[in-house]
Design a protein around this ligand. Structure first.
Ligand SMILES: NC(=O)c1ccc[n+]([C@@H]2O[C@H](COP(=O)([O-])OP(=O)(O)OC[C@H]3O[C@@H](n4cnc5c(N)ncnc54)[C@H](OP(=O)(O)O)[C@@H]3O)[C@@H](O)[C@H]2O)c1
Length: 479
């Protein structure tokens, strides 16, 4: 049994956390001031210290500094936590040597065991597995941050969780419909389990997904990074690549890529209304529109940023040339590309370029639309309107080959007490240059499982083995 010391000036928070920790088999003690914490630490060294940032008198940062300067406690794992998402606090905590940073409301009974196992031996054993601590102030250009840490998106002020909730499927369009209650529960469950960013788009359900996001985050707007997209219009005849589709009501629509400045300004206003917010945190151009010079589109995005209507500029599905051209107009904070164990095209040019330019990368379809969970068996039939029914990734042959590859991943998943889907997600967000993985979920159960991937840290050997298992099938899909 390991000993966890909680330090928080609110005794009720200490009691709740102590109860959760005891429920998963560890011993918990608490102190309600920085002064008392230092007295405790002069006598004993716990296996893990959980430390509130803000306290009257000696605050959490002062306690952390003292801990790191004392040879007896210097290597002790320390988690700092606070009631609010505060990137400056998080950055300061990590630079002073904290191993992790939690938001109080996001720690619940169902994931406290997993979180503690990052620092303590599993099942309450006293074997302490100490994660590598980031040396105070040290930059880590090539190493990925700890899976549970929020990650800075490009050079923006946004910090995103390693798992981002993807709100395409809950828009219903192309996914054979949707259940509103399940969709809202899915978003709320992911936030409850540490996801702080939601990715949606105007085109998802033709506005419906954005409306659902607004409903789901009502009262929690300040804790959520909203990412949405423009540039695919279903309500006009300008733009490129006309694409006949059905909307959620079964009506015929023609979708066009349209990234003209006037269209971007119009779409931004519509999205702000649907999202019931006065600023979009990350605004992304969904697809390249070959009928509009990219410089003009990015100029419009920069203007929206100047006006305070958006906080960061993103693009999606751009190739290396478009990213370079876009970057000449304004800093591009993020790229949203298709990237998974089965789809690796961006590794050749796009990922290295994003690293060179400091563009954050938020990878979409890391579960390859459910295939990598192992739950898409050869006999599964997709309902009418679900794009997977006719997609080349979902032929019976590919399903069988993916299931065979997943057999090779099973021992790794088992070693982490994780699902196959969680391993696929963790693999994606831990590849060098990838900031986060955008994962879709239909209901709270899927969303909770997917958020759970943030407790996984795969070793280099495990990442290599997982990648190798899919080399062949990924290669044939790329042909
Ligand atoms: N920028 C773009 O062009 C673009 C394109 C695609 C996606 N995206 C973004 O990326 C997000 C994620 O991509 P995606 O939705 O295509 O694919 P994904 O995340 O790879 O897969 C999501 C789908 O897999 C199934 N699933 C998810 N979690 C599961 C679990 N724990 N167990 C079993 N099945 C599970 C669900 O479908 P079922 O339950 O129906 O099987 C879910 O809708 C999108 O929502 C969107 O935000 C962007």
């Amino acid at each position: 049994m390991s000993i966890v010391l909680i330090v928080d000036d609110h005794a009720d928070i200490c009691k709740v956390l102590a109860r959760l920790i005891r429920a998963v088999g560890h011993q918990a003690e608490y102190r309600t001031s920085g002064e008392d914490a230092l007295t405790y630490l002069r006598e004993r060294v716990p296996d893990l210290l959980i430390l509130d940032v803000m306290m009257p008198g000696i605050d959490g940062f002062d306690v952390l500094k003292a801990v790191r300067q004392d040879a007896r406690t210097a290597a002790m794992p320390v988690v700092m936590f606070s009631a609010v998402e505060e990137p400056e606090f998080q950055e300061r905590a990590l630079s002073l040597g904290a191993n992790d940073y939690w938001i109080k409301g996001s720690v619940g009974l169902d994931d406290i065991g997993g979180r503690l196992n990052e620092y303590l031996g599993a099942n309450g054993s006293s074997a302490v597995r100490r994660p590598k601590r980031r040396p105070p102030g040290a930059a880590m250009p090539d190493a990925q941050p700890h899976a549970g840490e929020k990650r800075r998106l490009g050079s923006s002020d946004l910090y995103v969780s390693a798992v981002i909730f993807g709100a395409w499927a809950i828009g219903g369009w192309m996914w054979g419909g949707t259940d509103e209650r399940d969709s809202i529960d899915a978003i709320r469950a992911s936030i409850d389990h540490g996801v702080n960013t939601i990715d949606t788009a105007a085109i998802y359900g033709m506005g419906y997904s954005e409306e659902l996001v607004a409903k789901a985050i009502q009262g929690r707007r300040d804790h959520v990074v909203i990412a949405t997209k423009c540039g695919m219009r279903w309500d006009g005849d300008e733009g490129s690549d006309p694409w006949p589709q059905k909307d959620n009501a079964g009506r015929d629509v023609v979708i066009r890529k349209n990234a003209r400045p006037d269209s971007i300004f119009h779409e931004c206003e519509q999205s702000l209304k649907r999202l019931k917010t006065d600023v979009i945190d990350l605004y992304q151009i969904h697809w390249p529109d070959v009928s509009t010079p990219v410089e003009e589109s990015i100029g419009a995005m920069a203007k929206l940023k100047q006006q305070g209507k958006i906080r960061a500029i993103g693009v999606s599905n751009y190739d290396a040339e478009w990213i370079r051209r876009a970057s000449t107009v304004a800093p591009i904070d993020s790229l949203q590309p298709h990237y998974s164990l089965l789809t690796r095209k961006i590794e050749k040019q796009v990922l290295p370029l994003c690293r060179e330019l400091g563009v954050g990368v938020i990878a979409y379809s890391p579960l390859e639309r459910g295939l990598l969970t192992g739950k898409v068996t050869p006999d599964r039939v997709f309902p009418p309107g679900d794009h997977r029914a006719t997609n080349k990734y979902f032929t019976v042959d590919v399903r069988k080959r993916v299931l065979e590859a997943l057999e090779r991943v099973k021992p790794i998943a088992q070693a982490h007490d994780a699902t196959l889907g969680q391993v696929a997600i963790a693999w994606t967000f831990s590849e060098p240059g990838v900031t986060a993985a955008i994962v879709g979920a239909r209901d709270a159960k899927q969303a909770t499982e997917n958020a759970g991937a943030m407790r996984l840290t795969l070793s280099d050997d495990e990442r290599r083995a997982v990648r190798a298992a899919f080399d062949e099938v990924a290669g044939s899909l790329a042909e």
